[in-house]
Design a protein around this ligand. Structure first.
Ligand code: HPA
Ligand code: ZN
Length: 320
């Protein structure tokens, strides 16, 4: 199983949030930690809750632990590869230079790889609602400090804010240094915004992109250009994009020839994990886990040797 869309800071379980809050002298209300999904109500309140809850990560050590915990847990339920998203300026605000963030994630990856056989790469992100200047800053930091774990550049945050074209320069900088591009699109806005994001930002994958299903022309374009979608079923259901799995367009997307990969997005916020995403997808698509995994390996941003190793780990008869 591969998890290609997960916000690293969004992976923390209540236990870890409490531990880091205590260690860093911060407070997170107990009722937030005890509420389902940490108590958010809609996407705007989700983003606020996310920022509040994840602010307990302060140091490079915190980041290394959060990364390692997620990789170890994901490996324990059968994952072999994860791509995590993190915005470089987030921890720079608490005094952790980006090279130290990369070292922390690399150290967690090395330990998880050695002990649990799971691999990991990172996607540096810009946060859309913070605007194009902040995105330029994030891209410049990412390319100046990149190490081998950093393979991509992404755009997260509130899709409804700023025109996507305003982020063109940030993505040009990132791509010119060999980072592959992805961006949240076609989640809160319609099908045409998926095409616009692909064209203006030079995307190799689309974060979510599920609303492409609303346009036959967009479906055809995704299929013809073989641009994979990072589909996060539990996230889409929790945020109310679709009422039930049966209403979700994943099968329509697949039948139109789109490449489908899976992601957990912010697992405890959406009460999921990678095994949950696979089982929902297998139910909806009526495909095996290994068929889903095969496309995800092709869509991963890692090097070819890593893809070959992942392919050799996933024989056609395994479940994921
Ligand atoms: N969507 C958009 N932006 C985000 C998310 C998400 O699920 N999590 C953190 N930033
Ligand atoms: Zn996301």
């Amino acid at each position: 199983m591969l998890d290609l869309h997960v916000h690293l800071r969004g992976t923390m379980l209540p236990r870890k949030i409490e531990e880091l809050a205590d260690r860093n002298g911060l407070a997170v209300p107990t009722d937030t930690l005890q509420a389902r999904g940490y108590g958010w109500r809609d996407f705007t309140s989700f983003l606020e809750t996310y920022d509040r809850v994840t602010s307990v990560i302060v140091t490079a050590r915190d980041l290394e632990e959060v990364t390692y915990d997620y990789l170890r847990f994901s490996a324990s339920i059968g994952a072999t590869y994860v791509e995590v998203m993190l915005s470089p300026p987030d921890l720079m605000r608490t005094g952790v230079p980006f090279e130290d963030q990369l070292s922390a994630i690399s150290a967690a990856r090395d330990q998880a790889f050695e002990l649990h056989g799971i691999d990991c790469r990172m996607i540096a992100t810009a946060v859309r609602h913070l605007g194009p200047d902040a995105a330029l800053n994030a891209a410049r930091i990412a390319v100046a400090r990149r190490n081998e774990i950093l393979v991509g550049f992404g755009l997260t945050g509130d899709e409804r804010r700023f025109a996507v074209g305003e982020f063109r320069e940030a993505f040009r900088i990132a791509r010119s240094e060999g980072l592959l591009a992805t961006a949240h699109a076609g989640e809160h806005l319609g099908a045409e915004t998926v095409v616009e994001a692909i064209e203006k930002l030079g995307l190799s994958r689309v974060g979510h992109g599920v609303r492409a299903a609303e346009s036959e022309a967009v479906l055809r374009q995704l299929a013809d250009n073989r641009i994979p979608l990072e589909v996060c079923l539990s996230s889409n259901l929790a945020l109310g994009l679709y009422h039930s799995l049966a209403d979700h367009p994943i099968r329509k997307l697949r039948e139109a020839g789109c490449l489908i990969t899976l992601g957990t997005d912010d697992p405890p916020f959406f009460e999921t994990d990678v095994a949950g995403e696979y089982s929902k997808a297998m139910e909806a698509l009526r495909e095996t886990g290994s068929a889903i995994t095969y496309d995800a390996i092709g869509a991963a941003f890692c090097d070819d040797a890593t893809k070959a190793r992942l392919r050799s780990m996933h024989s056609p008869n395994t479940s994921g």
